[in-house]
Design a protein around this ligand. Structure first.
Ligand code: PGA
Length: 257
C-alpha cells in the first residue's frame, strides 16, 4: 500500500454480541471516535444479522461496514445459509473478511478461498484475506505454508484489482492469546509477504496490496506494531467489541505516520 493511503483498522466481531441492542451500543461508541480520525479507515464486520441495522447507524459517519464471509457464487442461487458478495455489496458492505482461521478450520481451503476472493473482488468488495501459520517449526516450513496461502488465494487476480485486496497476517497461535507477536517479528513477516507479492505481481502493483496484522492487538501494543511492524493496518478481534479500547487503538493508528 502506498504510504499516502489511509491505515485500515478492521474490527471483526465474530459471533458477538448476543443482542442487536448491545451491537448498536458498541457501534455507537466506536462511531464517536472514528468520526474524528482522518488517517484511518475504520471497518466493522458485525454478524450478518445485525448488518442492516448497523448500516443505518453508519450513515453520515466515517465508519465502513464489512461482512465476515461471502460465498463464491456471485449473485443469487440455491445455496442455503450463504451470503453472496453481490448481496453484501448491495446491502452496503465495503469489505469482506475471507479465510479467517476460524473458518479455515471448518474446511475452507486456499482453493475455495480463491474462488470466494475472485467473486468478491468482481462485485467491487474490498477483501481482507487472512493468512497465518499454525505453528513455527524449526525447519522454516511455515514460510512455505504462508507462501502457498498467498499464491493459491490470489491466483488469477488481475493487477488492476490489487488495490481492493489486503493481506491480513495472523499467526494462528497468537489469535485470542495474551500477547501479540513481537513487532520486529511482524516486520520480518511483512517484508516476506511483500516479497511474495512482488514475485507474483511485480514491484509497482504489489505495492497496492495493504498488509495488515492481527492477533491480540490492544491499546498497549498498537504503537509498536504499527511503527516497528510497519504494517498498513490491523485486524482486531476482542478489543473491537470494547469501544474504549478500540477507540484508543484507532487513535494511535491515526497518529502514526
Ligand atoms: P484477537 O482476534 O484480537 O481477539 O486476538 C484477532 C482475530 O481473530 O482476527
Amino acid at each position: 500500500m502506498a504510504k499516502t493511503k489511509k491505515k485500515v483498522v478492521i474490527g471483526n466481531w465474530k459471533m458477538n454480541p448476543a443482542t442487536l441492542a448491545d451491537a448498536k451500543k458498541i457501534f455507537t461508541g466506536i462511531k464517536k471516535t472514528a468520526n474524528t480520525l482522518k488517517k484511518v479507515e475504520t471497518v466493522i464486520a458485525p454478524p450478518a444479522l445485525y448488518f442492516t441495522e448497523l448500516q443505518k447507524a453508519a450513515q453520515k459517519s466515517s465508519l465502513a461496514l464489512g461482512v465476515q464471509d461471502t460465498f463464491f457464487v456471485e449473485a443469487t442461487g440455491s445455496h442455503t445459509g450463504f451470503i453472496s458478495p453481490l448481496m453484501a455489496k448491495n446491502a452496503g458492505a465495503e469489505w469482506v473478511i475471507l479465510g479467517h482461521t476460524e473458518r479455515r478450520v471448518q474446511g475452507e481451503t486456499n482453493e475455495i478461498l480463491n474462488k470466494k476472493l475472485l467473486a468478491a473482488v468482481k462485485v467491487g468488495l474490498k477483501v481482507a484475506y487472512c493468512i497465518g501459520e499454525k505453528e513455527r517449526n524449526a525447519d522454516g516450513s511455515y514460510l512455505e505454508f504462508i507462501k502457498n496461502q498467498i499464491k493459491l488465494g490470489l491466483s488469477g487476480v488481475e493487477k488492476k484489482s490489487l488495490a481492493q485486496i489486503a493481506i491480513a497476517y495472523e499467526p494462528v497461535f497468537i489469535i485470542g492469546a495474551k500477547e501479540a507477536m513481537q513487532a520486529r517479528d511482524i516486520h520480518v513477516m511483512k517484508l516476506y509477504i511483500q516479497k511474495i507479492l512482488i514475485e507474483l505481481f511485480g514491484k509497482d502493483d504489489a505495492a497496492n496490496v495493504a498488509v495488515l496484522y492481527g492477533g491480540s492487538v490492544n491499546p498497549e501494543n498498537t504503537e509498536a506494531i504499527m511503527k516497528e511492524g510497519e504494517v498498513d493496518g490491523l485486524l482486531v478481534g476482542r478489543d473491537s467489541l470494547n469501544p474504549e479500547n478500540f477507540g484508543k487503538i484507532l487513535a494511535i493508528a491515526n497518529r502514526i505516520k
